[in-house]
Write a protein that binds this ligand. Structure first.
Ligand code: NAD
Ligand code: DAU
Length: 359
């Protein structure tokens, strides 16, 4: 089995569903259930013995040690993080705690566990660190896309905390020989995406008739990858990536934000037309994000050349699937918006031991 951290979040949740569907291998899922953790994403696994959920903090060394000793995973796939740039601007402390201290705690626990293994089990063990393209900073309009050797130039508290975690992972490989791989991925989108991020926020606001806030001039560029493609990239790198290497993962889909929002509006106009006219009437330009990175672009040729991975979805196919998913799952959206998924957490976990096993 494998241990996943942050498996109740957007990418981690999609990864757990994808992993069990594609490989059928059991997963221990360690997640603190912060505001970003949502067990409703994993509702289809209720009662499935291949999914063991543990509510807990990656900074809790004793808990991580206990999970490793009990379940003896062959790999750790580390997603758990504070992930939202805007939140990191308003409150950076939690980003340092989870992303830096938490990754350090996991690395130390993994090192002790790996040192206790022998033979085949020791040789096969992997620590897969899931990171971001934001560690490389911002590109100018004519700059070449980020390669794996691009300098680290993080600009937000979030990206600085992720850069720090990448450096720790690298050091644990070079100093202690811990068998690590790191992936640096571009912007994901798809089902179960929390509506604080651009694409799901635009979908849910449009359906509610609320303004669609565009930061600055709307010309900031991101590369977009359908989340299931990120899951397949992680499976590929975990299985065949070279130890100590980093792999950039991207969708070959660079687009300015305003184009993304116009595409979302056009698809909603087609699939759920509003009697009040096109959703694009709701587009509203607002004050820019401080330190807003202008452009990210990923050169994903290394993972293709070495491991044969390429994304399966184009942006056109992926965004259509995403909007169809949001339209077909109003209950998930309503529970996220009303906060009732959090009430469920406090009802279920408020007075309980936080280290118990739950499916
Ligand atoms: P998310 O915010 O949706 O989910 C994070 C999950 O981690 C939540 O379930 C939360 O409860 C959990 N968590 C937070 N702090 C924890 C702690 N101290 N202990 C245990 N669990 C904790 O994030 P996401 O968008 O799914 O991103 C997952 C990972 O992928 C992150 O490491 C992020 O940096 C990276 N990443 C994200 C993107 C993207 O576009 N979203 C792109 C590239 C890389
Ligand atoms: O590049 C990978 C990163 O992508 C991940 O590491 C992060 O975890 C993830 O949150 C994401 O970061 P971004 O800051 O790029 O994502 P976000 O969805 O917050 O914003 C995308 C772009 O849209 C960015 O240029 C800011 C802009 N934006 C965002 C919001 C929420 C708006 O214009 N309006 C908005 O309301």
């Amino acid at each position: 089995m494998i241990l996943v951290t942050g498996g109740a979040g957007f990418i981690g949740g999609n990864f757990v569903l994808d992993w069990i569907e594609e490989l059928g291998e059991p997963v221990v899922n360690l997640d603190a259930l912060t505001y970003a953790g949502n067990l409703e994403t994993l509702a289809s696994l209720a009662g499935d013995k291949r999914h063991i959920f543990e509510r807990g903090d990656i900074c809790d060394r004793a808990l991580v040690d206990r999970l490793l000793a009990t379940h003896r995973p062959r790999a750790i796939v580390h997603f758990a993080a504070e992930s939202h740039v805007d939140r990191s601007i308003h409150g950076p402390a939690e980003f340092i705690r989870t992303n830096v201290q938490g990754t350090f705690t996991l690395l130390e626990a993994a090192r002790a566990y790996w040192n206790s293994l022998e033979g085949e089990a020791k040789a096969a063990f992997r620590f897969h660190h899931v990171s971001t393209d934001e560690v490389y900073g911002s590109l100018g309009p004519d700059d070449a896309p980020f390669t794996e050797t691009h300098a680290y130039e993080p600009n937000s508290p979030y990206s600085a905390s992720k850069a720090a975690s990448d450096h720790l992972v690298r050091a644990w490989y070079h100093t202690y020989g811990l068998p690590v791989v790191t992936t640096n991925c571009s912007n994901n989108y798809g089902p179960y995406h929390f509506p604080e991020k651009l694409i799901p926020l635009m979908i849910v606001n449009a359906l509610a008739g609320k303004p669609l806030p565009i930061y600055g001039d709307g010309q900031n560029v991101r590369d977009w990858l359908y989340v299931k493609d990120h899951c397949s990239a992680i499976r590929t790198v975990l299985a065949r990536g070279r130890l100590g290497e980093t792999y950039n993962i991207g969708g070959w889909n660079e687009k300015p934000n305003i184009e993304i929002v116009r595409t979302v509006c056009a698809l909603l106009d087609e699939l759920r037309p509003s009697p009040e006219g096109s959703y694009s009437r709701l587009i509203t330009y607002v004050k820019d994000r401080p330190g807003h990175d202008r452009r990210y672009a990923i050169d994903a040729r290394k993972v293709e050349r070495e491991l044969g991975w390429r994304p399966a979805e184009t942006f056109e196919s992926g965004i259509r699937k995403t909007i169809a998913w949001y339209l077909a799952n109003p209950e998930w959206v309503a529970n996220v918006q009303s906060g009732s998924y959090r009430e469920w957490v406090s009802t279920n976990y408020g007075e309980r031991d936080t280290t118990g096993e739950r499916a």
